[in-house]
Design a protein around this ligand. Structure first.
Ligand SMILES: O=P(O)(O)OC[C@H]1O[C@H](OP(=O)(O)OP(=O)(O)O)[C@H](O)[C@@H]1O
Ligand code: HPA
Length: 180
């Protein structure tokens, strides 16, 4: 295990098992809808790639890059659109793929944006949900795991750009960010 990790919350096997279950649910829901899957860069890319391979549906994939943490462990609350989608979302069923919903600022920004642009429906699948972190009211439709109010890394989640490639989700030792 990486030395900066205090405790592993979800192992690679835990994540794989939960993704099998979620993908079955999503396959049933989206069988006849040809959704546009919107993956939120950068954190959700690992989860998205592993999920779509498990989903037996016709779907398109696009990416949007938004950022609000700018290197620290707390949200600025200001969501910046770094790179937009290539697709027109008007009239489409959208499935947002996220790695984590924490304060909710990112998700609220995205849902509002996609609805404003005329999406037919917007639903959300997130690997992790941190309900105690919430600052704005927003809900994910499909949740892998509810997590405690700790700063997590791994499986896409980062601290200052690092740890995304850990194959598990773990709690980052506070000593790592307290010194910054
Ligand atoms: O609910 P919130 O408090 O808004 O946090 C959730 C968002 O924060 C992280 O993204 P970040 O802005 O760090 O960008 P990244 O995906 O490139 O790491 C994460 O990937 C989510 O998109
Ligand atoms: O706990 C977290 N870890 C990494 N990135 C995050 N973005 C929101 N919450 C988190």
């Amino acid at each position: 295990m990486n030395n900066d990790i205090e405790r592993v919350l979800y192992s690679k096997d835990d994540i794989n098992r939960r993704m099998d279950e979620l993908a079955n649910q999503l396959t049933a829901e989206y069988k006849d809808q040809r959704p546009l899957i919107v993956s939120v860069m950068t954190g959700a890319v690992l989860f998205t790639v592993d999920m779509i391979k498990r989903m037996d549906i016709m779907a398109k994939l696009d990416f949007i890059d938004v950022s609000s943490y700018y290197g620290g462990t707390s949200s600025t609350g200001k969501v910046k659109l770094v790179q937009d989608l290539k697709s027109d979302v008007r009239g489409r069923s959208i499935l947002i793929m996220e790695d984590i919903v924490d304060t909710g600022h990112t998700l609220k920004y995205l849902i509002d944006l996609l609805k404003e642009r005329g999406a037919k429906s917007v639903k959300v699948c997130t690997l992790l949900d941190k309900p105690e972190g919430r600052q704005v009211e927003v809900k994910a439709d499909y949740v892998g795991f509810n997590v405690p109010n700790e700063f997590l890394v791994g499986y896409g989640l980062d601290y200052q750009g690092y740890y995304r490639n850990l194959p598990y989700v773990g709690i980052l030792k506070p000593a790592v960010y307290e010194k910054d």
